[in-house]
Write a protein that binds this ligand. Structure first.
Ligand code: ZN
Length: 334
């Protein structure tokens, strides 16, 4: 009998809706199955450890890099620790939006102490045609996948969906595709897979590219941190002014009304949602409420959490860091 813990890979481009999909899964399955999640953020801002909560869930975060290339060692360590200490029934690996799931899968196969299960790739049909042509990884993510989730299908025409499907089927004719409005997918489909895992064969070029894919795609990240409250409308103006090279902004803003807002910016569209329990000061009580402690990878626990923390991810945006910092700092209330 195969007793290795199954690992489900959830991948998809920056802002495609992976976290929303996983949150739905946790709501539906969390109380019944002992799940562990390894979340990878390319930036150094921890977002979901502040908002994901639930029964029977352990989460580890791998920050500040990409789980298919720069953080492979951290992934192996995290998976091993989870298998040995938490003994979950299933592990979900949420790749960073810049990760190539095929490379990630090959690495997981190589570890040998877990069993790779489904590779699921989430595609945001609203933004797909924009990001596919900007980066190599956006084009390649769905090349090796067992299941494609087309997210936000209600917001585009059938023609747009057909064009996305043409692209998907070009790599994988006949691959199962699920349509979703808000990242909601039946957990029985995702976790009920009993077939053989997809064989992944990569060309030398693909392997070579994989080590440096962030540089080749010029994907750059910077963070903004501030402990003074910010004026909400001023932050909104900064978000509205970002160029099309900014693909993703994610994190928390502590605003002048005393509230925390979760910022979710994807390819020019954004929302700020008021959230609770998101300050660093509240983390202890939050952890105490979880059935199992929510953990971060050990080398990342030492950094103190600022009240406002935003990660900016985009193509060649590194040089814009100082300008954005300056503009956001002018949003601080005197
Ligand atoms: Zn990578």
């Amino acid at each position: 009998m195969d007793t290795l813990v199954p690992v489900t890979i959830i991948a998809g481009f920056l802002g495609s809706g992976k976290t929303t999909l996983i949150n739905h899964l946790l709501t539906e399955v969390g109380g019944k199955q002992r799940l562990a999640i390894v979340k990878n953020e390319i930036g150094d801002v921890s977002v979901d450890s502040r908002i994901i909560r639930g029964k029977n869930i352990v989460m580890k975060e791998l920050l500040n890099g990409c789980v298919c290339c720069t953080l492979v060692g951290g992934l192996e360590e995290s998976l091993k620790e989870l298998v040995e200490t938490v003994k979950p029934e299933r592990i979900i690996v949420e790749a960073s939006g810049a990760a190539n799931p095929a490379i990630l899968a090959v690495n997981i196969d190589r570890f040998g102490f877990v069993k790779r299960d489904l590779i699921v790739v989430v595609i945001d049909v609203v933004n797909f045609e924009g990001y596919r042509d900007k980066t190599m990884v956006g084009r390649l993510q769905h090349k090796f996948t067992d299941l494609v989730v087309l997210n936000r299908v209600g917001e585009v025409s059938e023609e747009v969906i057909d064009r996305v499907l043409d692209d998907v089927y070009e790599f994988r004719p006949g691959i199962p595709v699920i349509r979703s409005e808000t990242g909601r997918v039946d957990p029985q489909i995702l976790f009920g897979f009993t077939g053989k895992s997809t064989e992944i064969t990569l060309t030398d070029d693909e392997i070579k590219h994989s080590h440096h894919h962030l540089e080749q795609d010029r994907i750059e990240v910077f963070s903004f941190r501030q402990d003074r409250p910010l004026d909400t409308s001023c932050v909104e103006r900064v978000l509205n002014s970002l160029s099309e090279n900014y693909l993703r902004v994610k994190g928390f803003v502590w605003c002048n009304d005393g509230s925390y807002y979760l910022v979710n910016f994807v390819c020019g569209r954004w929302e700020m949602e008021r959230v609770e329990d998101s300050s660093g000061a509240d983390m202890d009580s939050f952890e105490a409420r979880a059935d199992f402690p929510l953990q971060s990878a050990s080398d990342q626990t030492t950094r103190s959490v600022s009240k406002t923390e935003l990660a900016f991810i985009g193509i060649g945006i590194g040089t814009g860091k100082r300008v954005i910092e300056k503009r956001l700092n002018t949003c601080c209330l005197k």
